[in-house]
Design a protein around this ligand. Structure first.
Ligand code: ADP
Length: 363
């Protein structure tokens, strides 16, 4: 294999640039040139590529271009990302493969979320072009990997924000409802609630009705501010996927607590703040490990697979890294569906553990 291409697709996540850098450095070390595809699958169909490796004068060895050297610490994606309706069609995917072959590429690394992995699988099936996925999504909603790129950075951002909110909440004896991203997956809310010592957490996976959500928050606030307990702040973390707008929830809960006029409830939606930022150490390390195993996989003839941080067990193909395996993309997509609809053993275990500590959170 002499030349491969790499792209980022779907929602951006911190660590995407570190993964591009890893792919380029590993490929260059093995004498494989790398083309960066701008704007995800859109750029693939349009043939919008730039070289990410260059030949050094003299011996002709390959090295990363100057922008690759500096990109690893940046959030977002320097190659850009789009949602691409054309890639949903077979014609679009065939055109993309033709463009790649014209550019001399023999393999493709797709860094993206679960939609991008579905696209990579459809691309491999339709065109036979070798492709390997690297999971990147702050929502942690991709099957067969413990974590996707961006999750650790997003969690660090959330706990920094909730620490700041807790400072002001304690000063005024207030209750705060903080909404974090996660339309279909409550993972960020769940994990940050433990780390931030929240008093309650609201997840789409709990399947609570509108009234149950309001009652749960009101109960948590009432119990925390009761004379016998007398906390000085209440923090409730709500996943975006819980289908009540946060300002609405604040109003409903305040009405529910009308008998406690001294209790003030406030809401903050962290939104896209959680998506940006320089990747954490762990996301950079994971990006390096995914990048290494993806390039080794492509060069070794693997295709239609995703590098995943394994839970252990026998599934997937081992790599040179004991904690990373290559999983068939169709298995990844089946497990991703199950993560979303709550039938995955991983989701059930997360919800069970969360329910087990609800009482502890409230203490
Ligand atoms: P993410 O990768 O963050 O989940 P999307 O769901 O928007 O983001 O997917 C990114 C892109 O992947 C889409 O815009 C589309 O081009 C492509 N894609 C998603 N699902 C499929 C599919 N089933 N078949 C082909 N391409 C897909």
């Amino acid at each position: 294999m002499e030349r491969i291409a790499v792209l980022t697709s779907g929602g951006d996540a911190p660590g995407m640039n570190a993964a591009i850098r890893a792919v380029v450095k590993v490929a260059a070390s093995r004498g494989v040139e790398v083309l960066g595809v701008r704007r995800g699958y859109d750029g693939l169909i349009d043939g919008d590529v730039q070289p990410l490796t260059r030949r050094l004068p003299g011996g002709g060895r390959l090295a990363p271009t100057a922008d690759v050297e500096t990109m690893g610490s940046l959030g977002g994606t320097v190659l850009g990302s789009t949602r691409c309706p054309r890639f949903l069609t077979s014609d679009g995917r065939l055109e993309a493969a033709r463009r790649l072959r014209d550019a001399g590429a023999e393999g493709l690394v797709v860094i993206g979320g679960n939609g991008s992995m579905a696209g990579a699988h459809a691309f491999a099936v339709d065109t036979g072009f070798p492709v390997i996925g690297i999971p990147a999504s702050i929502d942690n909603d991709i099957g067969l990997t413990r974590e996707a790129l961006g999750v650790d950075t997003a969690l660090n951002t959330i706990i920094e924000a909730t620490d700041r909110i807790s400072d002001t909440a304690r000063s005024h004896h207030r209750a705060f409802i903080v909404e974090v991203m996660g339309r279909h997956s409550g993972y960020l809310a769940m994990a940050s609630a433990v780390a931030a010592a929240a008093d309650a957490v609201l997840l789409p996976e709990q399947g609570r009705s509108y009234d149950e959500v309001i009652a749960a928050v009101a109960d948590a606030i009432r119990a925390s501010f009761a004379t016998a307990r007398d906390k000085n702040r209440v923090l409730v973390i709500k996943a975006e996927g819980v289908d009540i707008p946060t300002h609405h929830l604040v109003n409903e809960v305040s009405a529910e607590l009308a008998d406690l006029p001294q209790v003030e409830v406030r809401g903050t939606v962290l939104g896209h703040l959680v998506r940006g930022g320089s990747p954490s150490f762990r996301d950079r390390l994971l990006a390096g490990r995914f990048g290494l195993t993806a390039v080794e996989g492509l060069v070794g003839g693997a295709t239609d697979v995703m590098a995943g941080w394994t839970y252990g067990g026998e599934r997937g193909v081992p790599t040179s890294d004991p904690f990373i395996r290559l999983f068939a993309l169709d298995d990844v997509l089946v497990e991703t569906e199950a993560l979303m609809d709550g039938t995955s053993a991983v989701t059930m275990d997360r919800v069970r553990r969360m329910e087990a500590i609800q009482g502890v959170l409230a203490l």
